[in-house]
Design a protein around this ligand. Structure first.
Ligand code: SF4
Ligand code: SF4
Length: 425
C-alpha cells in the first residue's frame, strides 16, 4: 500500500470507497495463510445457547458483509450507496425539508460519528486499516512485559467488569474464545482485497461490552437525527474498548479491541450471557432490549466465563411479528427460524431468523441514512426503569406472553416521534 491519496468518498465508517475491483488480488508474498473453515462446527456451549449448527458450517467471510460488497459487487454498489456514505461528511449531506433530515439533523449525526470515523481512519492511508470496522484497534501503548499474577478467574472477571463499567460499558459479559465466530478472512476496503484476521487462536476469552443507544433519538427513526444514537454508540464503544484493552495490556496480557471487525458480535454476546437473538437478527438484552451496540475484546487473560441467559425471547418472537411487519422493505422473515440465508451477506448454517442485508442496505441508501425501525417497534425496546416495564418483561417470558403482546400493542406508543419535537425537549 502506498501513501497515495485515494480517490472517492468516505464511507459511513470512514473508509474510502473507490473504483471497483473485479476480483481479490493475490495475497502478497510471505503473507500468512487466510483462515478458512478449519473449525469444529459443534461445541459444548451450544447445549446452553441452544445454537443449532449444520455440519455444513462455514466461517463468515467479511468480504461478503453488505457494506464491503458495496466496494466490489455491482449488485450492491450504486450511486445511491456512494451518496449515502458521502453524506457522513458535511457538506455532502443531502439535507432536505422532511422532518429529521435538515442540515441541523445531519450536523448532529455527523458530529456523533466524527470521533469514530477519525479514529477508524488514522491508519487508512498508509496501512489500509479501517479500525473498529474491518480491523482491530491498534492505537495502544506498549503495556507491561510480564504478566501481573492473577488469582481466582472469578475474581478477575469481577474486576474486569468493574473496570469496563468505569470506562463506560453499560453491560459486560465474558465467554470463552470461540473460533467459529471469527471471520474466515477480513476485508481491506482500501486495497479491495482480503487479508488474514489480526487475532489468532491463542486467545482464550472474549470480553463483550454493551453500550445502550439513546431511547428518545431512536424514537425518531427513520431520520438522520436518529442515526446520532448509532454514532454515539460507536464513539462510546471505541473509548470503552480502547481503555479496557490498554488496562489489560498494562497488566501484561494480550488484548485486541474490536467493534464490527474480526468476528460476529451477536453469537459471542449470547454466549457471554448478555441476551438472546431476536427475529430482527439483533441481540435482545434484558436491560435495554435491542437498543444497543456491541463491542468485544479478545484476550488471553484467565477469566471465568458467564452463562448464557434465557428470558423467553424465542417464544415471544414466535408470536410477535412487529419487526417483520414494520420493516418497510420486508427484509425480516415471518415464520420459523431457518439455516438458510437470503444471500451471501448473511450468516447461514446456524438456525436463526436472518435479515436480508441487501434489502436492508438498499433502504438505508434510499433514505440517505441508517434505519432502525425494527429496533423502535420491538416490544423489548423499553427503558425498564418503571415497574411496569419490568413486569412486562417477566410476563413476556411466561406462557402468558400473548397477554404481554396485547399489553404492548395497547399501552406502548411505538410510533415514530417527530425529530423537531426532540429538538424542543
Ligand atoms: S434496519 Fe430498517 S430496513 Fe433494515 S431490517 Fe430493520 S427495519 Fe428493515
Ligand atoms: S419485534 Fe417482536 S418479533 Fe421482532 S424481535 Fe422484537 S419481539 Fe421479536
Amino acid at each position: 500500500m502506498t501513501g497515495k491519496a485515494p480517490v472517492g468518498v468516505v464511507s459511513v465508517d470512514g473508509t474510502w470507497i473507490r473504483g471497483k475491483a473485479d476480483a481479490d488480488p493475490p495475497a502478497p508474498a510471505g503473507a500468512p495463510p487466510l483462515r478458512r473453515n478449519k473449525v469444529d462446527h459443534r461445541k459444548p456451549i451450544d447445549e446452553l445457547t441452544g445454537f443449532e449448527i449444520s455440519p455444513d458450517f462455514e466461517l463468515f467471510d467479511q468480504r461478503n458483509d453488505v457494506f464491503n460488497r458495496a466496494n466490489w459487487d455491482d449488485t450492491v454498489r450504486s450511486d445511491k450507496a456512494l451518496e449515502f456514505w458521502a453524506a457522513y461528511v458535511m457538506p455532502n449531506a443531502r439535507a432536505r425539508k422532511a422532518d429529521g433530515y435538515s442540515q441541523r439533523d445531519y450536523a448532529l449525526r455527523n458530529a456523533a460519528w466524527h470521533f469514530t470515523k477519525a479514529f477508524a481512519t488514522l491508519k487508512a492511508g498508509e496501512e489500509g486499516r479501517n479500525e473498529g470496522f474491518n480491523d482491530t484497534f491498534t492505537m495502544h501503548g506498549p503495556g507491561w512485559p510480564e504478566k501481573w499474577p492473577l488469582g481466582d478467574p472469578a475474581e478477575t472477571a469481577r474486576e474486569i467488569k468493574q473496570v469496563a463499567k468505569l470506562f463506560g460499558a453499560d453491560l459486560v459479559g465474558i465467554c470463552e474464545y470461540d473460533d467459529r465466530w471469527v471471520y474466515a478472512q477480513k476485508y481491506n476496503r482500501m486495497e479491495q482485497a482480503s487479508k488474514p484476521v489480526d487475532v489468532d487462536d491463542s486467545m482464550t476469552h472474549v470480553i463483550v461490552t454493551i453500550t445502550a443507544m439513546d431511547h428518545e433519538l431512536t424514537d425518531t427513526v427513520p431520520s438522520a437525527l436518529a442515526a446520532t444514537a448509532t454514532g454515539m454508540g460507536y464513539t462510546e464503544d471505541a473509548v470503552t474498548l480502547m481503555s479496557l484493552a490498554q488496562y489489560i495490556r498494562n497488566l501484561g496480557y494480550s488484548a485486541h479491541a474490536s467493534m464490527n471487525d474480526t468476528g460476529l458480535n451477536i453469537p459471542l454476546a449470547v454466549q457471554a450471557g448478555l441476551g438472546e437473538y431476536g427475529r430482527h437478527g439483533l441481540l435482545i438484552t434484558e436491560e435495554f432490549g435491542p437498543r444497543i451496540r456491541i463491542g468485544k475484546i479478545f484476550t488471553d487473560m484467565p477469566l471465568e466465563p458467564d452463562t448464557p441467559r434465557y428470558f423467553g425471547v424465542k417464544e415471544f418472537c414466535d408470536i410477535c411479528n412487529a419487526c417483520a411487519a414494520g420493516c418497510p422493505v420486508k427484509a425480516i422473515p415471518f415464520g420459523e427460524p431457518s439455516m438458510e440465508a437470503p444471500n451471501q451477506s448473511s450468516f447461514s448454517t446456524i438456525r436463526k431468523w436472518t435479515v436480508d442485508g441487501e434489502k436492508c442496505f438498499k433502504f438505508w441508501t434510499s433514505q440517505n441514512t441508517e434505519c432502525s425501525i425494527c429496533i423502535r417497534v420491538c416490544p423489548y425496546n423499553r427503558s425498564y426503569k418503571t415497574r411496569f416495564d419490568r413486569f412486562w418483561r417477566w410476563l413476556a417470558g411466561t406462557p402468558m406472553r400473548r397477554l404481554a403482546l396485547r399489553l404492548d400493542i395497547w399501552l406502548r406508543d411505538a410510533s415514530r416521534k417527530k425529530a423537531t419535537s426532540w429538538w424542543r425537549r
